[in-house]
Design a protein around this ligand. Structure first.
Ligand code: ADP
Ligand code: MN
Ligand code: MN
Ligand code: MN
Length: 381
């Protein structure tokens, strides 16, 4: 141990010598000034960073992600504390009148951006009013949050070109659903979809987003990715940034992302954003009685959940295509036709673990969805 300590110390010394390194971290500069008080003039090498400030606009019922780039000088990858607030023209995003158009961007999370050359970051922001209060469109500011509440969102979506899902004929329909889900081969997934979903996966991983996986979905041209996060704000921030990265990386292929929950009527699956959730109590204590009380509360609050779960959900929650009807509530073990699917492992472990709410739709706002789930859980106590 002692030897290791010496080694670490001498390595630090070597590291602190100016000839060893051109770029100095703040820690190293502090160390060197302490150690060599006469050498306070070491030049810190600042680098230009492209910081994409992201926010949600004021469109209803579904906001769009917007972004603009700020160039900043930093000697290392900036932390949230290093990032100043910024502003934008709210009159162009349905967030202000032209006569008084300034809205404020308050950074709340930062991720690496591997999709741009040089040093780049994605900065998720909340929109604030000039008086410092959250803008009415700011759905993040006041949601329920709890680091013990873990969420796993499964985002389904269609990739589209010229208004049709990738691989669909110009008119009419492709082969009926069957082989597309987790399928392989040109006839099932086409030629560029995999390039896009893999590139998106790489971008998310490089960003530090807790991307958990991808799969081709039940309809042709439909895909899914999963994101896991601890805390509602943390997980939902990651989901919004992942949506942004998907939209942005598809641009250069001439491909759009359709997040609507039922782009095609007929015998085609819609897109959901299943919300898997667990709390300290659900993971550590659980129990059948607690589970039953929780399900009673979910049933009682059915309408409030549906209201928070995204627009046009009546088109998707029909009772067909692996959904429960919008006007019914049910739970079932391993039941994909239930509102809430209970994993086998949950029951086998004494009603402990996580649950899957299958009703949130692909266009839903993860801030609102996670907060609604926590509100109902809080009612049970
Ligand atoms: P399926 O398609 O069968 O519903 P997925 O593997 O696509 O299953 O999604 C499962 C989701 O459950 C993932 O997003 C994962 O992060 C999430 N999950 C797993 N364990 C937990 C947990 N303890 N709390 C919350 N979410 C969880
Ligand atoms: Mn899934
Ligand atoms: Mn799915
Ligand atoms: Mn699922």
């Amino acid at each position: 141990m002692k030897e290791n300590g010496h080694l670490a110390h001498s390595l630090l010394l070597i590291n602190a010598l100016p000839i060893r390194k051109f770029v100095w971290t703040a820690k190293q500069v502090a160390f060197s000034t302490k150690k060599y008080p006469d050498k306070t003039t070491y030049i810190k090498k600042m680098a230009k960073y492209k910081l994409e400030y992201l926010w949600l606009d004021g469109y209803t019922p579904v906001p769009n992600v917007r972004g603009k780039t700020r160039i900043g000088d930093y000697d290392e990858f900036p932390t949230l504390e290093d990032l100043p607030e910024w502003g934008f023209d709210g009159s162009s995003t349905q967030q202000a009148e032209g006569g008084d158009s300034d809205c404020i961007l308050k950074p709340v999370a930062i991720y690496a951006d591997a999709g741009r050359s040089g040093n780049a970051a994605l900065v998720m922001c909340e929109v604030m009013l000039p008086d410092g209060n959250p803008h009415p469109s700011n759905a993040r500011a006041n949601i329920l949050d709890d680091p013990g509440a873990w969420f796993g969102f499964e985002q389904e979506y269609f990739l589209e070109q010229d208004g049709r899902p990738l691989g669909w004929p110009e008119t009419g329909y492709p082969e009926a659903q069957g082989e597309y889900y987790t399928g392989v081969g040109y006839k099932n997934v086409g030629d560029i979809a995999r390039t896009i979903v893999d590139e998106h996966l790489d971008l998310c991983l490089a960003a530090g987003i807790n991307h958990e996986g991808i799969n081709a979905e039940v309809a042709k041209g439909q895909w899914e990715f999963q994101i896991f996060g601890k805390g509602s704000k943390n997980c939902a921030d990651q989901m919004w940034v992942a949506r942004y990265l998907l939209l942005r990386c598809a641009e250069k292929y001439g491909v759009d992302v359709n997040l609507h929950c039922k782009p095609f009527e007929g015998d085609w699956n819609g897109s959901g954003m299943h919300c898997n959730f667990s709390t300290d109590k659900l993971r550590d204590e659980g129990g059948e009685d607690y589970f039953n009380s929780l399900m009673d509360a979910f049933e009682k609050n059915r309408e409030a959940h549906i209201a928070a779960y995204g627009p046009d959900n009546h088109m998707r929650l029909t009772g067909l295509h692996e959904t429960q009807s919008i006007d019914k509530f049910s739970w079932g073990v391993a039941d994909r036709g239930a509102s809430i699917r209970v994993p086998h492992s949950f029951v086998n472990n004494g009603y402990k673990g996580y649950l899957e709410d299958r009703r949130p739709n692909s266009q839903g706002d993860p801030y609102a969805i996670a907060s609604r789930v926590l509100q109902t859980i809080a009612e049970v106590g």
